[in-house]
Design a protein around this ligand. Structure first.
Ligand SMILES: Nc1ncnc2c1ncn2[C@@H]1O[C@H](COP(=O)(O)OP(=O)(O)OP(=O)(O)O)[C@@H](O)[C@H]1O
Length: 270
């Protein structure tokens, strides 16, 4: 599959718009010498929802950890550049970059540690200086966006896993990120929670990069997918077309559930 130009996706900004994410020539070797990324180029336009697919060990987590400077950030162990909303991810910009890149980790309990949902969602904006009514409004709006408006006073550990994941998304949305990065958002969710989270994600007016092994979820949510394999981008194009490409799928150990037909799904236009 020939990599598709960014303009093949549906919500691509105009030629002058700054992409939410722009990765150029990103290469990275871990300190033990293991080379995980070999020159990755990827641009994600504002408002796009893109799935990052690939087999175990492809380099997906390594790539995501470069987006907010946990790895890389001019540490001297790699090459290439990462820009978020035009800003290079380098040490002197890390505070600003981390505000703009909201990562929702696979386990919500890694992100929720306060006595109440309200305090968890308020934590980031309060640390950024928000106070009083403005902070209250920010928290309320973030909880509303994930359908958890009535849960502000509840302790996070009293919520279901699916509800905790939505609150984890709210903690990140409260920072008004440029790009929301989700690591396996559908993992451990029952079918109803999975669908509810999909509805929430579809309703957000934010750029999304979603790492997932759940190919039907990628298809439901992301018009565009990128296949990372062996530390390089193997394909970049419309999710429906990539999932229908049996050779590509086999070559990169991607498997649809038995009997699943990608052409039977109505895909979102953004
Ligand atoms: N801390 C580390 N030190 C050395 N090598 C590492 C380290 N972390 C990951 N790797 C290696 O880098 C490669 C990419 O790993 P990465 O975790 O980015 O893959 P992934 O696509 O996220 O995989 P998965 O789907 O299993 O989560 C793998 O070969 C992995 O073994």
């Amino acid at each position: 599959m020939t990599p598709a130009p960014a303009s093949a996706s549906s919500a691509v900004p105009g030629p002058d718009a700054v992409p939410s994410l722009e990765i150029t020539g990103l290469a990275y070797a871990y300190p033990d010498g293991h080379q995980a990324l070999f020159g990755v180029d990827l641009a994600v336009g504002r408002g796009e929802r893109v799935a990052l697919l690939g087999p175990n060990g492809a380099g997906k987590t390594t790539l995501v950890l470069h987006l907010n400077g946990i790895l890389g950030a001019d540490a001297g162990t790699g090459a290439g550049t990462v820009r978020v909303a035009g800003q290079p991810v380098v040490k002197k910009n890390l505070a600003e970059v981390r505000r703009r890149v909201g990562i929702v980790f696979q386990d919500p309990d890694d992100q929720l540690f306060m006595p109440t949902v309200r305090e968890d969602v308020a934590f980031g904006p309060a640390a950024a200086g928000l106070r009083g009514e403005e902070l209250e409004k920010t928290v309320a709006r973030a909880l509303e966006r994930v359908g958890m408006a009535g849960y502000a006073d509840r302790p996070p550990h009293h919520l279901s896993f699916g509800q905790r994941r939505r609150v984890a998304v709210a903690t990140v949305l409260a920072m008004e990120p440029e790009i929301l990065v989700l690591d396996e958002p559908s993992s451990n969710l029952d079918p109803a929670s999975r669908r509810e989270l999909a509805d929430v994600l579809r309703s957000l007016d934010v750029t999304v990069l979603m790492v997932t092994h759940d190919l039907p979820y990628a298809l439901e949510l992301c018009p565009r997918s990128v296949v990372l394999s062996g530390g390089v981008i193997a394909a970049d194009g419309r999710t429906q077309e990539l999932l229908a490409d049996k050779e590509l799928m086999r070559a990169h150990r991607l498997e649809l559930p038995f009997g699943f037909d990608p052409s039977s799904v109505t895909v979102p236009t953004r």
